[in-house]
Design a protein around this ligand. Structure first.
Ligand code: HEC
Ligand code: HEC
Ligand code: HEC
Ligand code: HEC
Ligand code: HEC
Ligand code: HEC
Length: 276
């Protein structure tokens, strides 16, 4: 993050804390101390075009290639999360998949699609496009992001795209499978109703909808690695741990709308969108 971005973030976080502690505290019904704790650790929102980009430099660096930038925004508009994180073997953790040139040239990972048919090729030769992945200059990719985002419903956080609305309005229609073989799992009757995950503080209630998440995901993406399958069975579940990238924060600090967007989870909270 650049210096200016960081300063702006710190300043707006400070303003936010002031606003919250004076006028919002009363209406939110959350302990001031608790709220302050959350806000103190919340990172500022970075540039929209970089949110969800995974930068890979582990093996590239050793061989003198520029780092690879994997943009989620571009891929999630074309494929549901499950295609890569359930059907294929991509880890939901930066560096977790162990991608190498040997493996992707053999048709694994990126090479399953970047084969010259589905998407531009990984192979060497006349139409080599090494530097579309091994990125030296982000300008072209950032410009494509801006063109893409301009046509979609906006929010104030993360990519500043309302992905849920874009999907619901049919502005994006991500492919649900790569092979065409399997189809999405429907939420069973018992999971149609959203779960209420709040704490005892009056307005901390969080509604978690299985149905909405299953539009892009399989059960195995969340259970049992991220969440215990019993309601309230996930140990040490708290806002602070979420912000550090666990539980909801696995996705909601890195790819899906970030935790800064308090109101989208805590429907009862005031709007703090001017902040981060
Ligand atoms: C085209 C494939 C693809 C799609 C579709 C995709 N991802 Fe990913 N995802 C990746 C790759 C590649 C990585 C990086 C893995 C690595 O570094 O080993 C990744 C990493 C992640 C990470 C970890 C990021 C980090 O910084 O540690 C999260 C969280 C994640 N994905 C969530 C999602 C969600 C949620 C969706 C659907 C909205 C999604 N992904 C769709 C390929 C994909
Ligand atoms: C499930 C299929 C799929 C997988 C897996 C996949 N991609 Fe892509 N990728 C695409 C498609 C389709 C496009 C857009 C078509 C094109 O530009 O040829 C694309 C475009 C891109 C772009 C250009 C984005 C833009 O809009 O300018 C980059 C960079 C990229 N992929 C990197 C990667 C990397 C790195 C991996 C592996 C970590 C990967 N992709 C895995 C399908 C995939
Ligand atoms: C679709 C995206 C994509 C394209 C196109 C691509 N690469 Fe890669 N490349 C990767 C990824 C992902 C890695 C692993 C990055 C890491 O972890 O550092 C990688 C790693 C490498 C490495 C590191 C050594 C190793 O064994 O992993 C070399 C060398 C390399 N690529 C060369 C090339 C060359 C040369 C081209 C063009 C002919 C090319 N790449 C095109 C995605 C791509
Ligand atoms: C995006 C993540 C996610 C996905 C995908 C997901 N779940 Fe869950 N699930 C949760 C969370 C969060 C809870 C609540 C955990 C807690 O309170 O500790 C939960 C709780 C449950 C519960 C307990 C409900 C109750 O009322 O006690 C069941 C049963 C369950 N999930 C089944 C499934 C099945 C079956 C699927 C696939 C069809 C699935 N889940 C997909 C996140 C997910
Ligand atoms: C495996 C990834 C993942 C996990 C874990 C996850 N989510 Fe999500 N969630 C998503 C994605 C992807 C969306 C679609 C919207 C987006 O990408 O911004 C979404 C959408 C939502 C929405 C809909 C918001 C709207 O206005 O459309 C809510 C609310 C939500 N998540 C709450 C939660 C809560 C609470 C948890 C933890 C209990 C959680 N999520 C865990 C990936 C995840
Ligand atoms: C992606 C969903 C999500 C977003 C966004 C989110 N929260 Fe939470 N929040 C949760 C969950 C889940 C819990 C824990 C509920 C539980 O323990 O059962 C929680 C709990 C809390 C609590 C209760 C105390 C604690 O630490 O558990 C406070 C206070 C809180 N959140 C404040 C905030 C504030 C302020 C923001 C915005 C800056 C925010 N939250 C954004 C999901 C979210």
């Amino acid at each position: 993050m650049n210096d200016r971005g960081f300063r702006t973030g710190v300043i707006s976080a400070a303003i936010l804390v002031l606003t919250l502690s004076s006028e919002m505290h009363a209406s939110w019904g959350i302990e001031r101390e608790e709220l302050g704790q959350v806000l103190k650790i919340m990172p500022p929102n970075g540039p929209a075009e970089e949110y969800g980009n995974v930068v890979m430099r582990r093996s590239s660096k050793k061989s003198g290639m520029p780092p690879v930038v994997f943009p989620h925004w571009s891929h999630r508009s074309r494929y549901a999360c499950r295609v890569c994180h359930a059907e294929m073997e991509f880890a939901m953790r930066s560096g977790g998949s162990g991608i190498t040139r040997e493996k992707y040239l053999a048709g694994k990972f990126c090479g399953a699609c970047h084969n010259g048919t589905i998407a531009f090729d990984v192979k060497d030769g006349q139409s080599r496009q090494c530097y579309r992945c091994h990125i030296i200059d982000m300008t072209a990719l950032s410009n494509r992001f801006r063109n893409f985002a301009a046509g979609l419903p906006a929010t104030s956080f993360g990519n500043r795209i309302d992905w849920g609305a874009a999907l619901a309005e049919g502005l994006i229609a991500p492919q649900k499978t790569l092979s065409g073989g399997t189809s999405l799992i429907k939420a069973p009757e018992t999971l149609q109703k959203p779960l209420d995950l709040g704490t005892s503080a009056p307005r901390s209630s969080v509604s978690f909808s299985h149905r909405e998440h299953l539009a892009e995901m399989d059960c195995s993406i969340c259970h049992p690695d991220i969440f215990n399958i019993k309601k309230k069975g996930t140990r040490l579940f708290s806002m602070e741990i979420n912000v550090y990238g666990q539980f909801c924060g696995v996705c909601h600090m890195r790819v899906a709308f970030p935790m800064n967007d308090c109101r989208r989870c805590h429907r009862g909270m005031g709007n703090v969108s001017s902040g981060f």
